[in-house]
Write a protein that binds this ligand. Structure first.
Ligand SMILES: Cc1ncc(COP(=O)(O)O)c(C=O)c1O
Length: 421
């Protein structure tokens, strides 16, 4: 973290107080993860406290008025700011190498905030065709309702991105790796394209996390998180965040404050503590995932494994370049199960899922517990068949979020169904 990232901009909303622990020097990522953003109270607590309060008191009526007219900085209401939420925002901003973060009630809350802050009627949103189902739903069903034009391109096809840019394109949006096929976008290329056309590049970094990849360093303008995933890491609470420049975050902050998309202090505290172990957890997740992918790719009943950690994956070199953690390709993968004489591809996928005994059948991901999902009938179920096909979600596709159990046990659990197909 460089010192400049924690200095206050006087043009910022006065309720964004820059009173957090300023490490003052360049520290390593793990030190930042453990220490950045903490604001110690006069009680001298060592660990970060949870500020469960909805409002704040003033010394006098004049003091209250000064907080509202901006002559005094400080908290006024927890829909606007809260010390526990601020600690999480500051720590995440430092880890993503951004000037500032804005926390939201969920990952979808962050994506909605992005839309409301940076798009207006008549604008065009250009998105990757590989996205979490609810993001596609939000764009297609709601942004279209407010006259925002939306179109999609193959996320790895740089020429297609360039050809799809229109004069009214204001945001390019992608996930890298993507949900559920773990495809990789060339963030550096997209950044150049955006700069040349005055477009904002927004990257959902939920699958990689700053432990593996920092999109802002690669040229993105805004990073999106579903903190619900790896930032928590144990599947306990919902939350989201945006990270970027002071100016862009100020625009996002006013949307969150006005729209009430705010994060709860308890959830912020869970995420703050989650960040302390993020890098260590991601290292272990990635090691397990690399071994599970090797098992799957060699299994005769698996037709395709979507995982950039495999050396013959078309995006392997790009992912190696973009991810700063050596050997870290994330721990989410999609794999397609072959149909048999008696089972079509959906039935075969369900058989593999239903044959697990330890792995959790659930739609969340980024958890210490390995989770398995059938996207076509769950996370991407609400999409039209055409939108599902466009997102590459086939009936035989299984999404796996590799957890922190002993890798031999994960492999044994998956082998049970695959071997009996
Ligand atoms: C890549 C990605 N982005 C955003 C979200 C939405 O996050 P949340 O469920 O916290 O709203 C998800 C949820 O699965 C996701 O996978």
């Amino acid at each position: 973290m460089s010192k400049s990232q924690v200095q206050e901009d006087s043009s910022l909303d006065p309720n964004w107080r820059n009173d957090a622990l300023d490490l003052g020097l360049d520290y390593g990522m793990q030190t930042i993860a453990v220490r950045a953003g903490q604001h110690r109270t006069d009680e001298g607590e060592h660990s970060e406290p949870i500020f469960t309060t909805s409002s704040y008191v003033y010394h006098s009526a004049a003091d209250a008025a000064a907080h509202f007219d901006g002559t005094k900085t400080g908290n006024v209401y927890s829909r606007h700011t809260n010390p526990s939420v601020r600690t999480f925002e500051r720590r995440l901003a430092a880890l993503e190498n951004g000037a500032r973060a804005v926390a939201t009630a969920s990952g979808m809350g962050a994506i909605l905030t992005m839309c409301l802050a940076y798009l207006k009627a008549g604008d065009h949103l250009l998105a990757a065709n590989q996205l979490f189902g609810s993001s596609i739903g939000l764009f297609n069903n709601y942004m279209a309702k407010f006259d925002v034009e939306v179109s999609y391109v193959d996320c790895f096809d740089n020429e297609a991105w360039a050809n799809a840019v229109q004069p009214n394109t204001k945001v390019i949006y992608c996930e890298s790796p993507s949900n559920p096929l773990a495809q990789i976008c060339d963030i550096g290329y997209l950044s150049e394209l955006c700069k040349a056309n005055d477009i904002l590049l927004v990257v959902d970094n939920c699958f990689a996390t700053p432990a593996l990849q920092r999109p802002l360093d690669l040229g993105a303008d805004v990073v999106i998180h579903s903190a619900t995933k790896y930032l928590d890491g144990q599947g306990r609470v919902l939350g989201g965040a945006l990270v970027g420049s002071d100016k862009l975050m100020q625009e996002a902050f006013t949307v969150v404050r006005s729209g009430g998309i705010s994060m709860s202090p308890f959830n912020a505290w869970v995420f703050t503590k989650g960040l302390e172990t993020l890098k260590l957890r991601m290292q272990a997740h990635c090691q397990n995932a690399n071994q599970v992918a090797e098992f799957l790719v060699n299994h005769p009943k698996v037709s395709t494994v979507h995982f950039s950690g495999l050396s013959d994956h078309p995006s392997h070199n790009l992912a190696t370049r973009q991810h700063h953690m050596k050997g870290g390709y994330g721990a989410i993968m999609g794999f397609e199960v072959k149909s048999s004489a008696s089972l079509d591809s959906k039935a075969a996928a369900w058989h593999v899922i239903d044959s697990t005994q330890m792995v959790s059948i659930t739609n969340n991901l980024g958890d210490a517990k390995t989770t398995v999902t059938h996207p076509a009938t769950t996370t991407h179920f609400r999409l039209t068949p055409e939108a599902r096909a466009e997102a590459g979600v086939k009936d035989g596709l299984i999404r796996l979020s590799v957890g922190l159990e002993d890798v031999e046990d994960i492999i044994k659990d998956l082998a049970r169904g695959l071997d009996s197909l």
